[in-house]
Design a binder for this molecule. Structure first.
Ligand code: ATP
Ligand code: MG
Length: 712
């Protein structure tokens, strides 16, 4: 096997070797990021098959997510192309198989209410929760409340908290526990027919393994060796399932890093690892602290950074890798500039699959999707945010626009009137819809229902705006909707009333405006949204080769990239306002940041911005800490903050004087590629790119040196 390792150009270190060789009995491998946990696990499997002649079918490797399972399969194939594949799967798929067998045996029908396609007849989890929320609280739940309710229910089940305690566990809001109980009752109310969500598969599988000896025997006898990766994010119920399966032989290898535990909010239980010997008294414990992934600067900084957490198993991450692999901190004026910087930097990258853009919230991604797609930069999204395009704000904006093409359509008007600050009641609107009237809705409304003076005034003003809209560019239209039609003001009151985060809502409007700013008509805008939605689907399910990765910090766990951009690192995002309220949440936020940092091999950039929506933003405290760690001791003493103000490098050959431009000139545009100058105006320049003509601001083109002369 040693020779084999040499062929693979991997020289396992002593601890890795012992982890590979100690095949029998329980083993806990607790190790730092990039120390070769996953690698060692794969080598161990190879060793079991090649040296110990274990049948691959009798090995079960459990990973955290389906993406991780795919990643592991790829690595295994790369190392051992000649071997039969081992089954790498998630605990959920294993649990589902156990649950299905068990329920079939007991003659219980079941139906999944999570993860299925849309528009099916059967109830789905989120709709059910929404209805139950309304029943109990007597109000509509906000999106945020409903999603935290759903997470809370996951938490209760993953931590195996018995039903009779559910109402006592502190939830995201009062009565969350009661709604959770009602939800359970609803799912089991038809005897012999169960409705199941993802977590139920775990709960039922665990229960089945506890009570049904024959079934347990059957599953036990299938696997002689079980290995679990990323076990810091395994929940109690998941640990129990594994315990049942290895009870007779104890051949269990658990691989984990408590510093990378980032799912406690969903019920993961990293303390289990610290008590590992309570469950498996004869377990061996190995620690791996040498990082093979990242440059010395990144490793040393990250190691110091994570030590500020109190609740952790002490480890000293170090590396023998070289120093040169820089860590940069950059602050931009606003998110747009940050976006420009990142996309500009990407133009120089040849191997995009070695590069990742990471963010805490999926909402950060849409602007990047637009820009990457526009520039033809291939990208891959692991947990794509397809919700953006169906968000009610997007729908609102499109409806506002639709009305401008159909100012006689009462039905469209009824949709947007509720979103304006007109204070017209639903009742009045339906009265209006029923009345036989025609013509411009703004006039028709005034004639058909009784309005107050202030409403009449507003109506007249809005009508004036609508007269102008059709000839405007989409970005201008969105601004008109925001400010002249007072949509933004209406959003603010809605946010307050329903407890939405206004920053999130305004962020959606900004993103829409950003997308619109590159387009000429509202029709183009509507089509562009469709196009982007399709691009996201493609990036998720059918990504091109050599694609850049766009991912949340959470989903980047376990992966590595040569270069990593961590974006939007401002206070309020990471740590979030909620993180600031609880030291344990703050520690988890720090671990999340640490997971992001330790993905980079030799270039890590921490990027933030100073302003958004006119509001000043502060750098994330984590960014400030890293900045402090990077400073030399003498700088630290003087308290000098090293602020790197980046400027987007200008192309020295780029044209910056309008006198150099002439009609029919052949140019290359930094973003759009080859084109021909059609006309040079006072403020605008028209260019032909292939079949498309574009009008660009002359000022921007020159000051940013976007054009270069090329031979025809
Ligand atoms: P994470 O905590 O992020 O999941 P990990 O501990 O699973 O990290 P791996 O992904 O297995 O780490 O390994 C990190 C990198 O180090 C990989 O590129 C791997 O090939 C390399 N590596 C691991 N062990 C060795 C070794 N003994 N010699 C050289 N390179 C190694
Ligand atoms: Mg790993």
């Amino acid at each position: 096997f040693n020779r084999k390792m040499k062929e693979l150009h991997i020289k396992l270190n002593e601890i890795q070797k012992s982890a590979v060789l100690k095949t029998e009995g329980p083993l806990l491998l607790l190790a730092c990021p990039g120390s070769g946990k996953t690698t060692t696990m794969i080598m161990r499997i190879g060793y079991l098959i090649e040296e110990k002649n274990v049948n691959p079918k009798r090995i079960k490797a459990i990973t955290f997510s389906r993406a991780a399972a795919n990643d592991m399969t790829e690595r295994f194939k790369r190392f051992f192309p000649h071997l039969e594949l081992v089954d790498f799967s998630t605990i959920h798929s294993l649990a589902f198989s156990i649950t299905r067998t068990y329920l079939n045996k007991t003659g219980t029908e079941f139906e999944l209410i999570e993860g299925g396609g849309k528009g099916k007849q059967s109830p789905n989890k989120s709709m059910l929760l929404k209805a139950l929320y309304k029943e109990v609280i007597r109000e509509e739940g906000t999106e945020e409340e409903l999603s935290s309710l759903s997470t809370f229910i996951s938490f209760l089940k993953n931590r195996m908290i018995p039903f009779n305690k559910w109402e006592k566990v502190p939830g995201p809001f009062e009565k969350a526990g009661s709604i959770a109980l009602k939800y359970e009752q609803y799912k089991t109310r038809t005897i012999g027919h169960l409705l199941l969500d993802f977590d139920d598969m775990l709960t039922i599988a665990e229960q089945a393994l506890r009570v049904d000896e024959r079934l347990t025997e059957r599953y036990r006898s299938q696997f002689d060796y079980i290995l679990t990766d990323e076990s810091q994010d395994t929940s109690l119920v998941q640990h129990r399932i594994v315990e049942h399966l290895v009870a007779h032989h104890g051949n269990l290898c658990v691989v984990a890093d408590d510093d990378q535990s980032i799912y406690t909010w969903r019920g993961a239980d990293p303390t289990y690892l610290l008590d590992f010997r309570k469950v498996y008294p004869d377990a061996e414990l190995l620690m791996m602290e040498q990082n093979y992934r990242s440059s010395k600067e990144i490793v040393d900084t990250a190691a110091k950074f994570i030590k500020r957490n109190k609740h952790r198993y002490k480890k000293e991450m170090h590396t023998e890798n070289k120093e040169n692999g820089p860590l940069f901190i950059k602050q931009f004026e606003d998110p747009k500039q940050l976006l420009e910087y990142v996309t500009y930097e990407l133009l120089d990258e040849k191997n995009l699959n070695e590069v990742a853009i990471l963010f805490r919230n999926n909402s950060s991604s849409t602007m990047y999707v637009n820009e990457l797609h526009r520039r033809g930069i291939p990208f891959y999204m692991k947990d794509a945010d397809d919700k953006f395009f169906s968000h009610w704000i997007v729908e609102d904006i499109l409806n506002f626009m639709r009305l401008s093409f159909n100012v006689e359509r009462k039905d469209i008007f009824a949709k947007v009137a509720m979103k304006m600050n007109l204070f017209i009641s639903r009742k009045m609107l339906s009265e209006f819809e029923r009345k036989a009237s025609s013509g411009n809705v703004f006039d028709a409304l005034r004639q058909s229902v009784q309005l107050k003076g202030s409403q009449i005034e507003k109506l007249a003003a809005y009508k004036g705006v609508y007269d102008k809209i059709p000839s405007m560019r989409p970005a201008q239209v969105i601004r008109m909707i925001r400010y002249e039609l007072e949509y933004e003001e209406a959003l603010r009151s809605r946010a307050q009333k329903f407890g939405y985060r206004i920053d999130n809502l305004l962020g959606i409007l900004d993103t829409l405006e950003g997308i619109a700013s590159q387009l000429r008509t509202m029709v183009e805008f509507a089509n562009r949204l469709k196009e982007l939605e399709a691009a996201v689907q493609q990036a998720k399910f059918n990504p091109p080769n050599n694609a850049l990765t766009l991912s949340t910090f959470h989903s980047a766990k376990g992966l590595e990239f040569r270069r990593v951009f961590m974006i939007d690192l401002v206070k309020g995002i990471i740590p979030s306002e909620e993180d600031e309220t609880d030291p344990l949440l703050m520690e988890e936020a720090r671990r999340l940041f640490y997971v992001g940092m330790t993905r980079a091999k030799d270039r890590l950039e921490l990027l933030s911005f100073q302003k958004q929506n006119g509001k000043t933003k502060e750098d994330s405290r984590f960014v400030n800490e890293v900045r402090g760690l990077l400073m030399k001791p003498e700088e630290r003493k003087m308290g000098k903050l090293k602020k790197v103000q980046p400027s987007i490098p200008l192309d020295p050959d780029g044209i910056h004087d309008s006198n150099e431009l002439y009609k029919d000139m052949h140019v290359i545009h930094r973003v759009f590629g080859r084109g021909i100058v059609v006309e040079i105006g006072e403020a605008e320049i028209r260019l032909q790119f292939g079949e498309n003509e574009k009008r660009l601001s002359l000022e921007t083109v020159l000051s940013r040196r976007l054009l270069k002369k090329v031979e025809s």
